[in-house]
Design a protein around this ligand. Structure first.
Ligand code: CP
Ligand code: NVA
Length: 307
């Protein structure tokens, strides 16, 4: 840790648009190929309180490609699982590593980590957000369709953590976001109010057709997120509520003719998306998954001041 406050990457709302742009520029630059190893001598701890395929592998591989090293930490194996305070964990890890990535079931835990760490803390998904995903999603949209500012993006399904980061991204990257969700699964009002106060256009409806009409990008996510797997019977209820929100070829016909389909993955064919859509020509989901690697390199280079 140094004299300057660490460059945490917690929520898109914490940043000026130009700073996020800088990270995406760094991402695009590294994607084109960097000769040097800008993270040589740096070590990043990756803490997971929930499962992951993409986030884990893209951070591990990305950091190594930049010349750095990683320590994977399953939260179950850490002393915090038997009561060690997160503030102590944050202070100790800060003596060993140069940055901490954390995936947690409760946003307050990553905030606690960031409050006590003297190295950058990067959000790898919480119950209310997934900002690394959005950096990859914006990069992917722009690679396929050019600048996202002024475009219409339609979110269809659950108003979950990824939806909430989409709302923040709409404000930060200047696109219009239409969300079609069941009334009971709308994103929290505070994040919608925040985005609108920033000048963003956020439109809410219960009708998927209304949301996707003319959209350049249609996006959905799992009906049951990791935080919803509580065994309290909410999963069947979600399936009933969300059944009308499947992204089908018929729904895609209401979007712009050149609309792309995005999904952060993991996907559930026959639930939130029909196989014909996610495996069809409009789908960019594997470019999106690949871009986690590149987008996160941009975030890391910014956070570690190596860009
Ligand atoms: N999209 C995403 O974050 O995937 P993982 O849960 O596999 O990391
Ligand atoms: N909304 C999903 C995203 C997984 C990457 C979840 O939180 O489980």
């Amino acid at each position: 840790g140094g004299e300057h406050p660490p460059r945490h990457f917690l929520e898109l709302m914490d940043f000026e648009p130009a700073t996020l742009r800088r990270m995406l520029d760094l991402a695009a630059q590294t994607k084109r190929g960097l000769g040097a190893k800008p993270l040589a001598g740096k070590t990043v701890a990756l803490i997971f309180e929930k499962p992951s395929t993409r986030t884990r592998v893209s951070f591990e591989v990305g950091i190594r490609q930049l010349g750095g090293d990683v320590v994977y930490l399953n939260a179950r194996d850490m002393q915090s699982s038997r009561g060690e305070e997160l503030s102590d964990t944050a202070k100790v890890l800060s003596r060993y590593v140069d940055a901490i990535m954390m995936r947690t079931h409760d946003v307050n835990r990553i905030r606690e980590m960031a409050a006590h760490a003297t190295v950058p803390v990067i959000n790898g998904l919480t119950d209310i957000s997934h900002p690394c995903q959005l950096m990859a999603d914006v990069l992917t949209f722009e690679e396929h369709r050019g600048p996202i500012a002024g475009q219409v993006v339609a979110w269809v399904g659950d108003g979950n953590n990824v939806a909430q980061s989409f709302i923040q991204a709409a404000a930060r990257f200047g696109f219009t976001l239409r969300l079609a969700t069941p009334a009971a699964l709308r994103p929290p009002q505070w994040v919608i109010d925040w985005a609108r106060a920033q000048g963003a256009t956020i439109e809410l409806t219960e009708d998927p057709v209304e949301a996707v009409r003319g959209a350049r990008c249609v996006v959905t996510d799992a009906w049951v997120s990791m935080n919803d797997e509580t065994g309290d019977g909410s999963a069947p209820n979600r399936h009933n509520l969300l059944a009308p929100y499947q992204v089908t070829p018929e729904l895609m016909r209401h979007a712009a003719p050149d609309a792309i389909f995005q999904h952060c993955l993991p996907a559930h064919r026959g639930e939130e998306v029909a196989a014909e859509v996610i495996d069809g020509p409009q789908s960019v989901v594997f470019d999106e998954a690949e871009n986690r690697l590149h987008a996160q390199k941009g975030v890391l280079l910014w956070a570690l001041g190596a860009g």
